[in-house]
Design a protein around this ligand. Sequence first.
Ligand code: BG6
Length: 511
Amino acid sequence: MNAKDQLEPTVFVIFGGAGDLAWRKLMPALFDLSQDRSMPAHFSIIAVDRVDLTDEKLRRRLHDGVRKFSRQGMAKTTAWGEFARHIRYQQGDFKKLQTYTTLAGECARLEKEWGAKVHRIFYMATPPSMFGEIPKYLGKAGLARDRQWARIVVEKPIGYDLESARALNAVLAANFEESQIFRIDHYLGKETVQNILAFRFANPLFEPLWNRRYVDCVTITAVEAVGVEHRGGYYEHAGALRDMVQNHLMQLLCLVAMEPMVSFEADEIRNKKADVLHAVRPIHRDAVHQCVVRGQYGPGWVGGKKVPGYREEAGVSPNSETETFVALRLFLDNWRWQGVPFYLRTGKRLARHASEITIQFRGVPHQSFPTESTLDWQSSRLVMSIQPDEGIVLRFQAKHPGPKMHLRSVEMQFNYQDAFATRSPEAYETLLWDVMKNDATLFMRADQVEAAWRLLMPVLDVWAAAPPSDFPNYAAGTWGPENAQGLLAEGHSWPLPTALVGQCKKRGKNS
Ligand code: BG6
């Protein structure tokens, strides 16, 4: 960090500060930022929640989360002590004005103590039912008023469908300007996701090929080996389409398909991304079954262990109709991508954990090699591997050594960790740092969120009207339901995740 990045005094208010997100993600990220000297010289973290806790008890709980999840590993007692003195607990009801006037008083007190105006960041790490309430009270207490100094952070899910997303956006807009609203999609904070823009637009090499003339199809995969873990209750009401497609997969689609930005301004990039969503060919209700496949896992084997089916998971109904797998085929109606299928796939309890984007290139216009040279021919492709392996793989044809002209597919690889010899920051570190810097580039704007919902509403409506008759339709540990193959055009396939060779791989719980 250099001097011009030095952040101004900041009060970071976490509604739901005693909850899981603060424990697992937010506090480890803030602690890691502090260890990298990326927190402001003056900062205070106020955790607001309903439970009866003291500052000390809360700090102990948060320390436990930091020990488990911090990128820095076990927090040293002195480093933690130094950081923890900035954390305070405020017990309060999210639906009482008093909670907010107390906060306003505390912000005023800190301004006086530090002799400077403070940035106020309000992070809603609460159940979604509170997302529509907290902004109203912040507004009433006058805490939202100052456009340059007050910001609100909204976690996923942003609505349950188009109507509820619009309603939530309306409440936010009634109390905050759009520039003050930071809607988190944690995928956008991943280094490898940000690298999509760097790769595409900082190199003149691939952009000329990045269009319908050379690209045969694009596949976006975000699959997990884990099941719903302890989140059955939430997942039952979400399902894979709401949980992963509406946000993370749509954001990846935007980054891979967008036009070059003119500048690196937040709104310029977000405009280009919104254009992609507007170009997606609407899915008509009567075509839903041809373009989208849903699935639910039954019992099976993952990593050599027998695992239960979704319907046997805690918090899940034994007759659940919730999908744990979705595959879609989309088209973009614009000059660049007309006719190129974009295949999207996500699911839980699949054979492996992997998120990646595969650009499959067309074959050569004329095959001049003798047929016997090309028996092992595979199409050229570029894979952007987002996680757990982080890097890029280019597959192309080469001559196999020997007297004959025999072509074989070979790979060139770039492995993030080997190239940079450093571990990437966690997505939340990047995103929280950006909120503190007031940079909204990596956050979703209201119109993007609504455009993504609009696109998926016919699918949700048709599914709600016609419950699945074949669930569970894939065994845990496989690649999902068979009928996902039916979405693919001839010559296309769901690619198996790429494994990067490299020295220092970062593997998570999911691998
Ligand atoms: C979350 C979903 O947004 O993303 C989870 O709610 C999913 O269901 C998670 O497991 C995947 O994120 P990551 O970063 O672990 O790939």
